[in-house]
Design a protein around this ligand. Structure first.
Ligand code: CDM
Ligand code: ATP
Length: 271
């Protein structure tokens, strides 16, 4: 069986308060980037143990630390799964705020559920995903949603982004999520994100903020420069995604911007 875990971007990100468990309560809208995908293939293994291989981008860490394998290990705490041969082709830049590792883990849970007819509900799978990372549960249903809590309490949202062009640029700067949260002083948002998103997109620039930008831009001016470049080239709205370092822009017409050859870019028309 083969699946195609996709990236996400955050439309607005307010860090509201620090919790006693060390995590932060936030408010954000997750928007799935459906056409930017890793490739995850799982077949039965002829060996007595799992086999795991990776191609594409060079992910740091051992197989056991890969979120696909963590998802498999977690699922096995609930049910039996035979030895598997797993291949991950990594396309989505990591440490970029695009949630690619989280998507791999969530898609692994969904694949195992379907392939082995386990009949776990979406809500069961979301609970399993939550143990693997705060960004993981959203990839179970994989729809645009408003998220609160640590990023796993969802409510519906209606967005009119169809036919806009989405450009994402990942500059290859690895931002540690934990470190990015460490630099933030939480505050209550002046206007809830779902209210801002009902305004015309050209007004989002004034109101829709990512609270990580100030500290991350200060440390990495190259990331701030990407955002400025988006606006210089006609973006209706531009922002860093998650804790960075990727930056995205929404455009009415297909943008043609030249970037450093070391940057990874993705362009899609939203459907
Ligand atoms: C920045 C976002 O991408 C926004 O969508 C997410 O909040 C990050 O989610 P994630 O990468 O899945 O994060 P996790 O792997 O669960 O946590 C990494 C670290 O980030 C911090 N963390 C994460 C999520 C959250 N709501 N509050 C936090 O303080 C914690 O220090 C945690 O140890
Ligand atoms: N399958 C995987 N794909 C990518 N990274 C993985 C994977 N498994 C483990 N990791 C580890 O997780 C780290 C973060 O990966 P991920 O792609 O989720 O980061 P991110 O883009 O910053 O996402 P987020 O939006 O969740 O902060 C990587 O640096 C890597 O060490």
């Amino acid at each position: 069986m083969i699946v195609f875990p996709n990236a996400k971007i955050n439309l607005g990100l307010n860090i509201v308060s620090k919790r006693n468990d060390g995590y932060h309560n936030l408010e954000t809208v997750f928007f799935p980037v459906k056409k930017w995908n890793d490739v995850l293939e799982v077949i039965p293994s002829t060996e007595n143990s799992d086999e795991f291989s990776v191609s594409g981008l060079n992910i740091d860490g051992s197989s056991d630390n890969n979120l696909c394998m963590k998802a498999l290990t977690h699922m096995r705490q609930h049910t039996s799964i035979p030895p598997l041969k797993i291949h991950l082709h990594k396309v989505i830049p990591f440490g970029a705020g695009l949630g690619g590792g989280s998507a791999d883990a969530a898609f692994m849970l969904k694949l195992l559920n379907e392939q082995f007819q386990k009949n776990f509900s979406s809500s069961d799978l979301e609970k399993m995903a939550a143990t693997l990372g705060a960004d993981c549960p959203v990839f179970i249903k994989n729809q645009a949603v408003m998220a609160r809590g640590i990023g796993n309490e969802f409510s519906g949202i209606s967005l009119q982004l169809k036919s806009l062009w989405l450009l994402i640029v990942a500059p290859g700067i690895h931002v540690s999520t934990a470190e990015a949260y460490g630099g933030i002083i939480p505050k209550s948002p002046s206007m809830p994100i779902n209210e801002i998103l009902t305004k015309p997109i050209k007004e989002w620039r004034k109101f829709l903020k990512n609270d990580f930008e100030d500290t991350v831009f200060q440390k990495h001016p190259a990331i701030a420069e990407i955002k400025e470049n988006f606006y210089r080239n006609g973006a209706i709205y531009a922002s860093m995604s998650g804790s960075g370092s990727a930056v995205y822009g929404l455009f009415k017409d297909k943008p043609e911007i030249t970037w450093s050859s070391t940057y990874v870019t993705h362009l899609e028309e939203i459907s």
